[in-house]
Write a protein that binds this ligand. Structure first.
Ligand code: SAH
Length: 213
């Protein structure tokens, strides 16, 4: 299978027609080897227009969802980003291409280690993986210029709102346990400007300030 060709088709048929325009995001999606972030047995489906299982009942997000969320983050290359929900590490790799540093936190240790290993193998040295409850953020590394939550949440936890810098952006799937909508928050001093985007379905954010197990 020609994976570079599969990525080109993914961009052309899944991302461009749905409105992804940011050249830097498109180039990152053309570059990052998504097939290395899934189990070998389903590698042939890595560039399909869907989420795929990664173990523990969790998923690697659909390529389009990764692209939209990344575009909404408006990354220029100098940002320090927090990702809540490392999963496969694929979104972290895309962020690593477009930002300065990526801090990513995952609640399942085995999933986190697996992501860490593949990111290291490919050569990303600006991604730092943590195991823990991401709803508490990473206070010792805050503030972050951008925060992306890649699991469905009833609302954006105050803890995370407090860890984004002034002028910073948070993107998260907010809604019920079974369906959400992408929300983009931009911090202006003590207030947040809120925008609603694409409807989506993510696995739940489980933690102190998310859903209960
Ligand atoms: N960004 C991922 C998609 C991950 S799916 C990717 O590119 O593959 C969501 C992930 O969030 C799952 O791995 C799940 O275990 C994790 N998660 C759920 N609640 C969490 C929490 N409170 N803290 C950290 N990770 C959490």
């Amino acid at each position: 299978m020609d994976f570079a060709e599969a990525r080109r088709l993914m961009v052309e048929t899944q991302l461009i027609p749905r409105g992804i325009r940011d050249e830097r995001v498109i180039n990152a999606m053309l570059k990052v080897p998504r097939h290395l972030f899934v189990n070998e047995a389903i590698r042939y489906r890595a560039y399909d227009d869907s989420a795929l299982p990664i173990g523990e009942g969790q998923t690697i997000s659909q390529p389009y969802m990764v692209a939209v969320m990344t575009e909404l983050l408006e990354l220029s290359g100098n940002e320090k980003v927090l990702e809540v929900g490392t999963g496969s590490g694929y979104q972290a790799a895309i962020l690593a291409e477009l930002a300065k540093e990526v801090y990513s936190i995952e609640r399942f240790e085995d999933i986190a280690r697996q992501a860490e290993q593949i990111l290291r193998e490919i050569g990303y040295d600006n991604v730092y993986i943590f195991v823990g409850d991401g709803t508490e953020g990473l206070p010792e590394h805050a503030p972050f210029d951008r925060i992306i939550i890649t699991a469905g949440t009833p609302n954006v936890p105050e803890t995370l709102k407090n860890q984004v810098s002034d002028g910073g952006i948070i993107v998260a799937p907010v809604g019920s346990r079974f369906s959400q909508q992408l929300v983009k928050l931009r911090k202006h001093g003590k207030t947040f400007k809120e925008e609603y985007h694409t409807p989506c379905v993510f696995v739940p954010l489980i933690g102190k300030y998310g859903w209960k197990e």
